[in-house]
Design a binder for this molecule. Structure first.
Ligand code: ADP
Ligand code: MG
Length: 550
């Protein structure tokens, strides 16, 4: 039986030096400690709870969650990683699961629910083996073997991305079941169009695609802008609202006179002297703007501030100027307009300028946005999302990001797999066959790994109100008889070749999910001692919650 050592106030863990009978203090006061089987159970239960939280959101028929934070802000979402980030988990093992979901998001941009569920299920299944007195190191070995084998099998069963239509299907699959579902075809076109414009190689930098949200209008009004849209108005009302065939200057220094580095006093004794001082400042600013005017720039984007006097001179010459533009926008503007970001007045030359057919400010509702469009072969573009409320816009943005991540991942590897649980079923079948070739007890762990993979189609069915037992039997039988791409199509509610039905996912999403989930599961299984410092908010699950589970 397991044991736990609780350390109460003013007591420390002590070991006795047998000769002197003096306590030897090892840990500071008030450290709470959970040991052995207790530690494992506690962690496994936490991981399972996290997996169960996101489980109901999986797939096209998954439900959404409404999350309200302490300030009353509301988020309605279906996105695994967003849920796990928003609920601010305290338990250390739960946090580890949330972390792999985040890694999945940053590495591939999708599959965040899948990875959390897989990790939870791997641990839940491991518990069954622990109960049978199988040592954690054996389970860990079996899981590692399974993850390696799964990656090998994934490569075998994946298909090539051989046409553009598949990319659109990937984007549409990623957006199924999200707030954007009704408009997924149109949004998929925007995603594929954007990636097509910015990526000429297999490596696509998603930072070159700006997503901007504008409240008002319908999702239908969302568009792909061949250039950059920035959430800003010109620096001065007197500046024009529109400029055509505009040369664009990008500067990252302030168009102001430098403030003296140390405090400086200027004494003037006559009004003439003051006049002279002001005139000299004005002269310097005029010189500065003259340099811009003579470079033939019609629009200026400045990363820092622009002095009022400089604004006046620029406006007088019909130049539109923007101040305090975000660095990320400056970089995107440079890529879109083929201009260079200039760092000093001396460097301002015509050759450094970018170009756009139209730069215009458009007011919609209360917001003014500036569109820089009609760039020649832009290497950065903008997807402008429209929607009725902020909540709708946020959820569409998450869906579009999933779509972008998935299509970029598919382009990178050139490999896709069949969705609707098909790939998980096939991996499970192959793993079970592989398990039979193993001697030892690892065989049991490989089988549990396979069953964890099967929990994905099971959850897809459950969330859609389909009886999982009948479905799983049918899926297993189909895969046994060679239907390697057969999954559950939740549009037609039929078991069929999901790849052919257009339910397509990038291989990378599955690769990443399997390796992260097995890594975190094995890491958690290796823990047999949890020490929590006093004052830390982390609450381990009370022992009473899992006692008697044997
Ligand atoms: P994740 O955060 O893991 O990406 P999702 O809620 O996006 O979770 O669900 C992804 C799962 O939904 C994948 O397993 C995918 O194959 C499946 N899926 C997507 N569209 C369909 C569909 N039309 N029918 C069945 N399964 C689908
Ligand atoms: Mg998804």
């Amino acid at each position: 039986m397991c044991c736990s050592v609780e350390i109460f106030k003013n007591e420390c863990v002590a070991e006795f030096d047998m000769t002197e009978k003096q306590p030897v203090y090892i840990l500071p006061e008030n450290v709470s400690r959970t040991l052995g089987r207790d530690a494992q159970r506690n962690n496994i239960l936490a991981a399972k709870i996290v997996a169960d939280i996101v489980k109901t959101t999986l797939g096209p028929k998954g439900m959404d969650k409404m999350l309200v934070d302490s300030a009353g802000n509301i988020v309605v979402t279906n996105d695994g990683v967003t849920i796990l980030e928003e609920i601010q988990l305290e338990h250390p093992a739960a946090k580890m699961i949330a972390e792999i979901s985040k890694t999945q998001e940053t590495e591939v941009g999708d599959g965040t629910t899948t990875v959390a569920m897989l990790a939870g299920k791997l641990l839940e299944n491991a518990e069954r083996l622990l109960d049978k007195k199988i040592h954690p190191t054996v389970i860990i070995k079996g899981y590692k073997l399974s993850a390696e084998k799964s990656k090998e099998f994934l490569r075998e069963i994946s298909s090539d991305v051989d046409n553009k239509h598949i990319l659109k299907q990937i984007a549409m699959t990623a957006m199924t079941g999200k707030g954007a579902e009704g408009n997924r075809e149109q949004l998929a076109n925007l995603i594929v169009g954007a990636l097509d414009q910015v990526g000429n190689t297999r490596v696509i930098d998603l930072n070159t695609i700006k997503i901007i949200k504008q409240k008002g209008g319908a999702i239908d009004d969302s568009e792909l802008v061949q250039g950059i849209v920035i959430d800003k108005d010109a620096a001065n009302e007197a500046m024009p609202k529109k400029s055509e065939n505009a040369n664009i200057l990008l500067v990252d220094f302030a168009l102001e006179l430098k403030n003296p580095e140390t405090e400086t006093k200027i004494s003037v004794s006559t009004p003439e002297q003051l006049q002279q001082f002001i005139a000299s400042e004005e002269y310097a600013l005029r010189e500065m703007t003259q340099k811009i005017i003579s470079s033939d720039a019609k629009v200026v984007f400045c990363q820092k501030g622009i002095d009022d006097v400089a604004q006046y001179y620029l406006a007088k010459s019909g130049i539109i100027a923007y101040r305090r533009v975000a660095k990320s926008d400056m970089e995107k503007l440079a890529m879109a307009t083929s201009g260079k970001i200039v760092s000093s007045l001396q460097e301002i030359r015509k050759e450094e300028l970018g170009f756009a057919t139209i730069v215009e400010q458009i007011k919609k509702g209360d917001d003014v946005m500036t569109y820089v469009r009609g760039c020649k072969n832009p290497k950065a573009v903008t997807i402008l999302l429209r929607g009725s409320t902020d909540h709708v816009l946020d959820e569409i943005e998450r869906a579009v990001k999933d779509g972008l991540g998935d299509v970029a991942a598919a382009v990178r590897d050139g490999k896709v797999v069949s969705g609707g649980g098909a790939v998980e079923m096939e991996l499970a079948r192959r793993l079970r066959a592989f398990a039979r070739t193993l001697g030892g007890r690892e065989q049991l762990a490989v089988e549990e790994f396979a069953s964890a993979l099967e929990s994905i189609p099971e959850a897809l069915a459950e969330n859609a109100g389909i009886d999982p037992i009948t479905l799983m039997a049918e899926l297993k039988q189909r895969h046994e008889s060679g239907g390697i791409r057969d999954g559950i199509n939740l549009f037609s509610n039929r078991v069929e070749d999901c790849l052919a039905a257009g339910i397509v996912e990038p291989m990378r999403v599955k690769l990443q999910a399997i390796s992260s989930a097995s890594e975190v599961a094995t890491m958690i299984l290796r823990i047999d001692d949890v020490l929590v410092a006093s004052g830390h908010k982390t609450s381990m699950i009370p022992k009473s919650s899992y006692e008697g589970m044997d």
